[in-house]
Write a protein that binds this ligand. Structure first.
Ligand SMILES: [Zn+2]
Length: 469
């Protein structure tokens, strides 16, 4: 309720300054680099931390620098009630930018383009202006708010691990590094790999190699295989039928006695496997339909298909497809495979419903994988992150979101991925993406809408007043 008009006027009248600060920040290439003395994440993140320090000091914040990993900015001599956690590092620029160069920000038709505009420099600057607004308007607070700016979120969040080894989290934390309205549940899960070695075979037709996948948390969009002793005409009918059923594409090239096969699917984040088409699982299921010789390598391909067949996104085949009303269903994606004539290595990514645990999920998968003859080490599942959807923190923030967006009935979200607050007690992700807009996060032409920067700053200021006032 209170101070909405003052906050809105403040943010609107500081719009130019805010966008300039953001563009200055984007001009710093803060991709992780080689460690140097005093620069734990390399030169780029160091420069971003230094420049943010100077900026915030200029606005009258009290800065503490945690060894150039994290800085904090305090502005009220009050016990700390709320931490706002954002990050200044970025992922590599990559190719194919068309609107501008990645580190030369421009505003075009209401969109501010540049690497980090949306992830996470835009939201970070919006949070800075939210605190500035409350401070400079002299809105009375009973409790304090702290800005925490990190510089290693994209490469494992060792920055906040370091910070929280020295400081306690505030009773409440928000991170504007994900989506509106609010994420209060992040699933737990398990990443694991399994292997087997075997005798080389002289029998044909036989698999010579299979390769696919780059990262455990990415559903692979491409996989390749070489099969000896088969011609395209031997398997074209089976393949056509499988292509029709799945929407995958398979390209064949004959090379002497070998048949080279490329599977083309669709990449996706491993927490959303149904959004992609898993080319590795696809090529495995297709190979297991081929008339291959009774040799170890071929039998292991079939064994793999017994547990990770194409189209199974939930570990249904292994019997771990649990779900609940709050967090949704378990997802399982088989994302990396390397098979040679004598060795096999595979790896999977599981994001588990909050009713899942080691007994009903982790150990069940391990047992099923061992049953098929593979070697797998025991591994404990990682814990989910849960903040009660009925807590005052969540209720209050959803109220601020509803006011800011002019909507009603907002509900918190559960996701399979992890955010910056995965290990922070009573931490939720709050802003700034919306499902209708693809901000090209981590891709070329990343942007944030100028209106969203403004709106976010107002909502954060409102949230500070509501939670700390
Ligand atoms: Zn981020």
């Amino acid at each position: 309720m209170a101070y909405e008009k003052e906050i809105s006027d403040y943010i609107e009248s500081h719009k130019e300054e805010m966008l300039n600060d953001l563009m200055d920040m984007i001009r710093i290439n803060s991709e992780k680099g080689e460690e140097k003395p005093g620069m734990p994440y390399g030169e780029g993140p160091y420069k971003a931390i230094q420049s943010a320090s100077k900026l915030l000091e200029g606005y009258g914040f009290k800065i503490t620098n945690y060894d150039n990993r994290v800085i904090t900015a305090d502005s009220f001599d009050l016990p700390n009630q709320l931490d706002i956690l954002a990050h200044l590092d970025v992922v590599p620029a990559g190719d194919d930018w068309t609107v501008t160069e990645p580190y030369n920000p421009v505003i075009k038709e209401g969109l501010l383009y540049g690497r980090g505009s949306c992830d996470d420099k835009g939201p970070a600057i919006a949070a800075v202006y939210a605190v500035r607004a409350v401070k400079e308007l002299g809105i009375p607070l009973k409790q304090g708010v702290r800005l925490i700016l990190g510089s290693d979120e994209e490469c494992g969040s060792s920055d906040v691990e370091y910070y929280y080894s020295k400081e306690k989290a505030a009773p409440m934390t928000i991170t504007p590094d994900a989506s509106w309205p609010l994420i209060n549940i992040e699933k737990g899960g398990i990443h694991n790999e399994f292997t087997v070695s075997f005798e080389k075979t002289d029998m044909t037709p036989s698999v010579v190699s299979v390769k696919g996948g780059i990262k455990i948390n990415v559903v692979p969009g491409k996989a390749t295989a070489v099969v000896k002793g088969l011609k395209e005409k031997d398997v074209r009918d089976i393949t056509n039928k499988f292509e029709e059923e799945t929407g995958l594409k398979f390209v064949f090239a004959e090379d002497g006695d070998n048949l080279n096969i490329t599977a083309i699917g669709v990449n996706a984040h491993a927490s959303l496997p149904h959004m992609g088409k898993n080319a590795v699982q696809g090529i495995v299921t297709l190979l297991s339909k081929f008339p291959l010789a009774d040799a170890p390598v071929n039998n292991y391909i079939k064994a793999l298909n017994n547990i990770f067949p194409y189209g199974d996104y939930n570990g249904r085949t292994m019997g771990v497809d649990l779900k609940d009303d709050v967090s949704g269903e378990t997802t399982v994606s088989f994302d990396i495979l390397e098979v040679s004539e004598t060795h096999f290595m595979g790896a999977f990514d599981c994001r588990a419903s909050i009713v899942a645990n080691d007994e009903n999920t982790g150990k069940v998968m391990e047992a099923k994988i061992r049953e098929q003859g593979f070697k797998i080490e025991e591994k404990a599942m990682f814990e989910p992150h849960i903040v009660d959807g009925d807590s005052p923190l969540v209720k209050t923030l959803l109220g601020c979101y509803e006011k800011g967006f002019g909507v009603t009935g907002a509900k918190p979200i559960a996701i399979g991925g992890g955010t910056y607050v995965h290990h922070v007690e009573n931490g939720v992700a709050f802003g700034c993406e919306v499902p209708e807009v693809d901000n090209h996060m981590h891709g070329a032409d990343e942007f944030m809408e100028v209106d969203m920067i403004i709106k976010s700053a107002k909502i954060f200021a409102d949230a500070i007043v509501e939670l700390c006032g």
